[in-house]
Write a protein that binds this ligand. Structure first.
Ligand SMILES: C[S@@+](CC[C@H](N)C(=O)[O-])C[C@H]1O[C@@H](n2cnc3c(N)ncnc32)[C@H](O)[C@@H]1O
Length: 215
């Protein structure tokens, strides 16, 4: 599917996104959705005044946790209708419409204290995930900053393979669900150490710090 078609798909989903994730929060792939978002926020250690970039902000479900903590929040997404939803709910959030894999609209020296994301990176294959995380960490995170990413994820390739059999009927072969062992290895190869927390049966959170400290 082309990026423009995916964009349209998310535009259509925007209207009922909040209801659908609430409804699907039991079972694959959204099991533990709220707990994953809570864990991202907890591990990001939000404080008033911190600058936070939420990549793939959707309707703002993760971003609202940082707004409530007094952070200065920016959100990026390629779906205009998702961004419109955020604007209705959280007008204080600075919104940027962009394809995360396309032209990067932020100034190359614009850095954030935290970069966070929820349920977005499974859209990208492992190579694209690694490249995007590396670019974000290298160009848009402050020194001693922290990136926290939660998504559909399994502790290992073995567990992911088992899950793909268990949920064969609803497993989307076009999506690249995370396996922590392969992702940590791929990130290590580009000089980044990631720490992983499994939150639900199919949801987990990655923490990446450019100074190498643990979460
Ligand atoms: C499943 S939703 C997650 C939204 C939100 N982060 C949450 O947890 O509820 C995925 C979001 O990523 C956005 N997205 C997917 N691929 C993208 C891309 N290539 N560039 C920018 N945004 C993208 C979609 O428009 C959508 O808002």
């Amino acid at each position: 599917m082309h990026d423009s078609e995916r964009e349209l798909l998310f535009d259509e989903w925007a209207e009922h996104y909040d209801e659908s994730v609430n409804e699907w929060s039991r079972g694959f792939p959204f099991e533990g959705y709220e707990a994953v978002l809570d864990e991202i926020a907890r591990l990001a250690h939000p404080k008033p005044g911190l600058s936070v970039l939420d990549v793939g902000i959707g309707t703002g479900r993760l971003a609202e946790r940082f707004v409530n903590a007094g952070c200065e929040v920016w959100g990026m997404d390629f779906s205009s209708r998702m961004l419109a939803k955020v604007h209705e709910k959280l007008p204080q959030v600075e919104l940027v419409k962009a394809d995360l894999l396309g032209h990067w609209p932020l100034p190359s020296d614009r850095r954030f204290d935290r970069i966070v994301s929820a349920y977005v990176f499974h859209e990208f294959d492992l190579e694209s995930k690694t490249r995007l995380i590396s670019t974000l960490a290298g160009h848009h995170l402050v020194e001693h900053g922290r990136m926290v990413i939660g998504d559909v994820s399994f502790p290992s390739e073995y567990v992911r393979d088992q899950a793909s059999e268990k949920w064969a009927e609803i497993w989307d072969k076009d999506e690249s669900y995370w396996a922590a062992d392969e992702a940590r290895e791929a990130l290590h190869r580009v000089g980044l150490e990631a720490y992983y927390h499994q939150v639900s049966i199919c949801g987990g959170v990655y923490v990446i710090e450019i100074d190498g400290e643990q979460a």
